[in-house]
Design a protein around this ligand. Structure first.
Ligand SMILES: CC(C)(COP(=O)(O)OP(=O)(O)OC[C@H]1O[C@@H](n2cnc3c(N)ncnc32)[C@H](O)[C@@H]1OP(=O)(O)O)[C@@H](O)C(=O)NCCC(=O)NCCS
Length: 170
């Protein structure tokens, strides 16, 4: 029913409009956006989902961040248009992009979100990983893309350094 494909440059503003629709006003004031400012999303991990009429129904992007010097995928934003929520599209976007991230060499992923939703994808609270304030620590969640990859990884979440941006998640 939906066609999922890599986001192109031509999709950018349409995806932004979908995020504006799906999130509370002021989404870009969130601390997670300070980790994204001026940094491109990870190549190959931004996807759109369109219905048979080509209308955008969902989208996902990921950014690179560092935790304790280790490369981490920051999942999101991810959103599904209100008329299509609950149809499994969020699951498709999340699972397909995380599988792709693993094949690209990323070992671990984090996000700020609702544990009751993300637990189904293996996310749990990341004790010892600190997002810039104000962020509720119970919403700072992580999952392994390679088993055990979060073990021993802690500290503040930091912006991806410009000189490392082309590196993979190794
Ligand atoms: C969160 C979101 C991406 C999920 O996409 P979706 O296509 O609706 O999700 P799915 O159809 O794969 O899964 C639906 C299930 O997730 C549950 N769910 C959705 N959001 C949830 C939340 N915040 N907390 C707990 N459960 C949630 C639904 O109740 C439903 O449960 P069920 O499977 O038991 O019926 C979508 O609801 C959305 O865009 N929300 C607004 C933007 C947003 O909050 N993005 C995430 C930011 S962290």
């Amino acid at each position: 029913m939906f066609r999922v494909e890599g986001e192109t440059a031509a999709d950018w503003w349409e995806v932004e409009a979908l995020f504006d629709l799906c999130f509370a006003p002021g989404r870009e004031a969130l601390s997670s956006y300070r980790l994204r400012d001026g940094i491109d999303p990870v190549d190959g991990l931004s996807f759109t989902a369109r219905d048979p009429q080509e209308i955008l129904a969902g989208a996902i992007r990921h950014w690179p961040v560092l935790v304790g010097g280790h490369a981490v995928l920051l999942l999101g934003p991810v959103a599904v248009h209100p008329t299509h929520q609950g149809e499994g599209l969020g699951a498709v976007l999340i699972q397909e992009s995380l599988a792709r991230g693993a094949t690209l060499g990323w070992k671990r992923v984090m996000l700020v979100g609702d544990r009751p939703y993300y637990a189904r994808y293996g996310f749990d609270v990341l004790a010892g990983v600190e997002m810039p304030p104000p962020t509720n620590p119970e919403r700072v969640l992580g999952a392994d893309l390679v088993p055990g990859s979060w073990t021993g990884v802690s500290g503040p979440v930091e912006r991806w350094p410009a000189e490392r941006w082309r590196m993979t998640g190794a």
